[in-house]
Design a protein around this ligand. Structure first.
Ligand code: SF4
Length: 741
């Protein structure tokens, strides 16, 4: 059967959302003809192109001038000037937009360097407010290397223009999110489907990209709330244009969290079914049940169907969620399935330079092939997390070797070097294996992803993974106090967090932390102590970036299910009135805003700390209201670092297990007894025992055999057994290239 997988707009600009890659591979493995269309990136190119902007200005010039006149009459000269400038410079925008996009896509068929000079310095180029601010705030003379930042600001300026004069829901990411999040009934959401951008631009994308001649299963991914109205628009368009040739189904994160209890048959105007969780089991069950025509009334595993009846009415046949055969099938596929990016042209994805922080830039800059080392989270116990849902609770490792081979081949085919592992938390064992494979294969990949900060991450492991391509990790610290971590069942402690951060930072790996405030039962003292811990972590140089989230109680979280069992009598969730069918996962609870006042100070301090500023200022000074003083010692993190160093040095003082050893120190040059090598930008020297020249050479040959690409530990084992005097110089290589993982 034909299967069409659609990523509707708008998701992240710089990399395709991975669900399409996994589904394509899955359908192909079942023998179907599967095609994946990323219509999110197609919409970006439809708008931000010569013809797109010509059309946009045609549609909006008049309104923009009226809005400018209105702003002027109200004394808002700046807005008036800004709006008029877009219109008056519209020819420049239209002429420049294709080159602006090419600059962000790392150039392709043009010599971008010459364009960069002109774009940066010529007066005959378009300019918006963000671009002007960017140039004005540079603390040095601008140069052509700034052009990517300026081109990013140009897209943001145009997006602002679109939001103000054309479509107030427009945003470069998560378009129309507020409609889905704020509206409580489906009929209200339906009223917003024909929004200007979807109608005038996205409709054209659908027309030009989709033509269905044979019966086709169309799977539309709805990862976030913002993709829901575009998904509805897509589903309706497919049904209107291809009738019963298409069977439409929605799946993805938003469907899994918000649409599990759907009972509104109006959704049938847009989709025939909702597929939950990984999708492998539900689609297989759907095929087995007779695909298009031969459905019975029987419920399908993890697929809720909206079925038209002969009397013109519509009914909902709810999914069943248990089937041992389907679960077994789904788990087998999860282990073996690898993402397939063969339908993707990576040169179309703009790598936006929207942040100076190197860690934060990883999210928006760079062409990443997204994949996961494991489905679900191996811990799956944090109290605030959606641990009752499949994407967290159903932990299953993929076959790392299989995944490595497939990604390695595809990276080469696409000419890109980056992998973003989108695991809930990458399993350390799989990370080490992946690095080992990349090192053995001498591949120069960069990869990064989520981890859990726990003690398993040693300096040796971090060194090894960094050598194998790991460039950044992000993970939850959440409430950075001992009791805070216990209250959310984080399963780690401050010493382990510090240990992991130290190891990563020493190995040159960027570190990002997620923080939470306002958790149920959290006191002002807890928040202040958590903030002080964070300050000390920054002061010690252990974090590169960080983000504070205000705690949201969700229906699928562990704390909510335990509350239902009577475990937290003081937690008082407020069941929403008139919640409609959407946005049901997030719940309010009594007292949830007690700590909301801390938000501004927490965020402002982070901005300063991320730039190395005000690190010694007392945390209390960030608030304009009275706050308790921190009760944790000033040397709290310093002491934890000392513990880490003691442990690291003690490990380096021992002879490592040869099976677990790897030599990362590269070439060793010998000058008589003296050896010299360079590891992680430092030069090291050592002396070998006196003796015959060929024994010294044999030692270095045995060391070569500890490199990943020719790993043969028996060479060193045999050598040391014959030459015990070399145990000392061998041990001395620890910490300077000889690691144990
Ligand atoms: S918060 Fe992260 S570590 Fe905790 S259960 Fe959820 S996915 Fe796992």
């Amino acid at each position: 059967m034909n299967v069409l997988i659609i990523t509707p707009p708008l998701v992240q600009l710089n990399a395709p959302y991975p669900s399409g890659a996994y589904l394509k591979s899955f359908f192909k493995s079942l023998g179907h003809k599967a095609t994946w269309l990323d219509l999110s990136i197609e919409l970006v190119h439809e708008i931000f192109s010569h013809s797109g902007l010509a059309r946009l200005f045609d549609l909006t010039e008049e309104k923009a001038m009226k809005l400018a006149a209105k702003a002027e009459s109200e004394g808002d000269e700046e807005t008036a000037l800004n709006l008029r400038r877009y219109v008056l410079q519209s020819d420049l925008w239209i002429n420049w937009i294709d080159d602006i996009v090419k600059i962000l896509c790392d150039g392709t068929d043009v010599s971008t360097r010459e364009i960069c000079h002109k774009f940066m310095f010529s007066p005959n180029v378009p300019r918006g407010a963000r671009m002007e601010n960017y140039i004005a705030n540079l603390d040095r003379e601008p140069n052509a290397d700034d052009t990517r930042n300026l081109a990013t600001m140009a897209l943001a300026d145009l997006a602002d223009y679109i939001t103000v004069v054309f479509d107030r829901e427009f945003s470069l990411v998560r378009y129309a999110e507020s409609i889905t999040v704020n509206e409580t009934s489906f009929s209200e959401i339906e009223k917003n489907i024909d929004s200007p951008v979807l109608k005038e631009f996205y409709g054209r994308v659908l027309e030009s990209k989709i033509d269905i001649k044979e019966k086709t299963l169309v799977c539309i991914s709805v990862p976030f709330a913002g993709t829901f109205t575009p998904a509805l628009f897509t589903g309706r368009w497919l049904k209107e244009n291809f009738g019963d040739k298409v069977y439409v189904t929605f799946g993805g994160g938003f469907v899994n969290t918000e649409l599990r209890d759907i009972d509104d048959t109006a959704l049938g105007r847009y989709t025939d079914s909702l597929s939950y969780d990984r999708g492998y089991g539900s689609y297989k069950a759907w095929f087995d049940s007779g695909a298009f025509e031969n459905f019975t009334d029987e419920s399908i595993y993890k697929m809720t169907r909206i079925v038209p009846c002969s009397d013109g009415s519509v009914r909902i046949i709810k999914a069943i969620h248990e089937s041992s055969a389907c679960e077994k099938f789904e788990n087998e596929i999860t282990e073996s399935n690898v993402p397939d990016y063969s339908d993707i042209d990576f040169s179309k994805y703009p790598r936006v330079a929207d942040d100076t922080n190197p860690m934060q830039r990883l999210w928006s800059d760079g062409a990443w092939m997204k994949a996961y080392l494991a489905h679900g989270c191996y811990w799956h116990r944090c109290a605030f997390c959606d641990t009752t849902l499949d994407y967290v609770s159903s932990y299953r490792m993929t076959r790392t070797e299989n995944l490595y081979k497939s990604l390695s081949r595809q990276l080469k085919e696409h000419g890109i070097r980056g992998i973003h592992f989108v695991d809930e938390a990458m399993p350390p064992k799989a990370m080490v294996k992946f690095a080992d494979l990349a090192l053995a294969d001498r591949q120069n990949f960069s990869w990064w992803g989520n981890i859990r900060f726990e003690k398993v991450f040693t300096r040796d492991m971090a060194d090894f993974m960094a050598a194998g391509g790991l460039i950044g990790v992000s993970g939850g610290i959440e409430i950075a106090t001992g009791s805070g971590l216990d209250s959310i069942s984080k399963g780690t402690d401050i010493n382990s967090i510090v240990k992991a951060c130290c190891a990563f930072k020493e190995a040159g790996i960027l570190v990002h932390a997620y923080m939470i405030y306002g958790y149920f039962g959290e006191t002002e003292q807890d928040t202040i102590n958590s903030m002080e811990t964070l300050r000390q972590l920054y002061e010690a140089g252990l974090l590169d970036s960080c983000f504070w989230h205000k705690f949201v109680l969700t229906r699928h979280s562990r704390i909510y299910s335990e509350w239902k069992e009577g475990k937290y009598p003081d937690l008082k969730p407020v069941e929403p009135k008139n919640a409609g069918i959407f946005a049901k996962n997030g719940l309010h609870f009594e007292g949830e805003n007690r700590l909301a006042k801390f938000g501004d100070g927490l965020n402002a301090s982070l901005q300063a700390w991320m730039h190395g500023e005000k690190l010694s200022m007392s945390v209390n000074k960030w608030f304009d209201f009275k706050t308790p003083s921190p009760t944790i010692p000033k040397d709290f993190i310093e002491n934890a670092i000392a513990l880490y160093e003691a442990e690291r040095n003690s490990a380096w003082g021992k002879i490592p297990s040869l099976e677990k050893c790897r030599w990362l120190g590269g070439k060793i040059m010998r000058d008589g007894r003296r050896i010299i090598w360079n590891y992680m930008q430092e030069e090291y020297r050592s002396k070998l025992p006196e003796g015959k020249d060929d024994i010294q050479k044999e030692f270095l040959d045995a060391l070569e055999c500890l490199k990943c690409e020719k790993f043969y530990p028996d060479a060193m084992k045999n050598f040391l057994a014959k030459n015990p005097a070399y145990e000392k110089p061998f041990r001395k290589l620890r910490g300077s290239g000889l690691i144990e993982v």
